[in-house]
Design a protein around this ligand. Structure first.
Ligand code: 1HE
Length: 259
């Protein structure tokens, strides 16, 4: 096993790059080595890759920051560390291709921050969500205060941090922690199924959804509407869009089916 494998199991399955957090004996707590290995794996992703799945090896997605590395850090080192996490998790959020997190067991602290940077979260019933930072005397540092309130609201996040409240997988689906809840043990397979599907989208559509949609949603409405029109114009003038629309009109592609 190489040093990288010992932290992150990297595989290519068809058009999907899978990144398995590989410290199960530490419940996939993230030390600097693991976070930097994630950064490398997300840099210059090959053109053959159309989606990424991040999952946890073993029973847990991640128990968050490796607390054993925290004890000796001073304020300056703490600031640099948080900014390093921001850089790496930004690489997930602004990835060229969609990133899907398969969530099982502990999705705690920095593990939840990592999950929030992904575009789609798929949980199985074992998943649970917590932010024990409050009881550890620390604060989120991996972008959680920016990303998580946009999913679940500031009040719910404040409650989690102040009281140590833990949310179950079922509650997580209701409140927006995950977009999918599978049967027991099904998170990875469902994440792979979705990853394979989204990797078949037109690249410009995925670009628009990953890069333009979040900016438009945060912009003032007039700016947002202008950006939307420009993005729509670019996407629909691409030859891939023309081909896909022609295929639909010629009845060569699947229709939308009711659920
Ligand atoms: C760890 C960590 C960790 C486990 N850092 N070593 N995160 C937390 O506060 C969560 C802390 N972890 C837990 O509450 C529990 O470990 C779990 C609920 C996740 C799992 O419990 P369990 O009974 O299955 O395992 P365990 O026996 O507690 O842990 C197994 C080993 O993993 C043990 O080490 P060992 O050498 O004694 O075997 C634990 O010490 C180790 N371990 N979690 C270091 N987090 C950018 S800022 C982000 C801020 C945060 O993420 S704060 C939240 C930190």
């Amino acid at each position: 096993m190489t040093a990288v494998d010992a932290l992150l199991k990297i595989e290519t399955i068809g058009s999907v790059l899978t990144l398995g957090l590989n410290r199960p004996h530490k419940r996939n707590a993230m030390n600097d080595g693991l976070v930097l290995t994630l950064q490398d794996a997300l840099t210059d992703i090959s053109e053959a890759i159309g989606a990424v799945v991040i999952h946890g090896i073993g029973d847990h997605f991640s128990a968050g920051l490796d607390l054993s590395e925290l004890s000796e850090r001073d304020a300056t080192e703490g600031l640099r560390h948080s900014q390093m996490w921001h850089r790496v998790f930004d690489r997930i959020q602004y990835c060229r291709v969609p990133v899907i997190a398969a969530l099982t067991g502990a999705v705690i602290g920095g593990g939840l921050e990592l999950a929030c940077a992904a575009h789609i979260r798929v949980a199985d019933p074992s998943a649970y969500y917590a932010l024990p930072e409050g009881s550890r005397g620390i604060f989120v540092g991996g972008g959680g205060s920016v990303r998580l309130p946009r999913l679940i609201g500031v009040a719910r996040m404040a409650d989690m941090m102040l009281t140590g409240r833990v949310y179950s997988a079922t509650e997580g689906l209701t409140f927006g922690f995950s977009q999918y809840l599978t049967e027991a043990g099904g998170a990875y397979d469902k994440a792979m199924e979705l990853a394979t599907r989204v990797s078949q989208n037109a690249p410009l559509t995925n670009f628009a959804v990953l890069q333009a949609l979040p900016m438009i949603a945060e912009a003032n409405p007039q700016t947002g509407l202008l950006m939307e029109s420009l993005m729509a114009t670019v996407a629909q003038s691409d030859k891939e869009a023309k081909k896909r629309i022609r295929d639909f009109l010629d009845r060569k592609t699947a229709k939308v089916k009711p659920v």
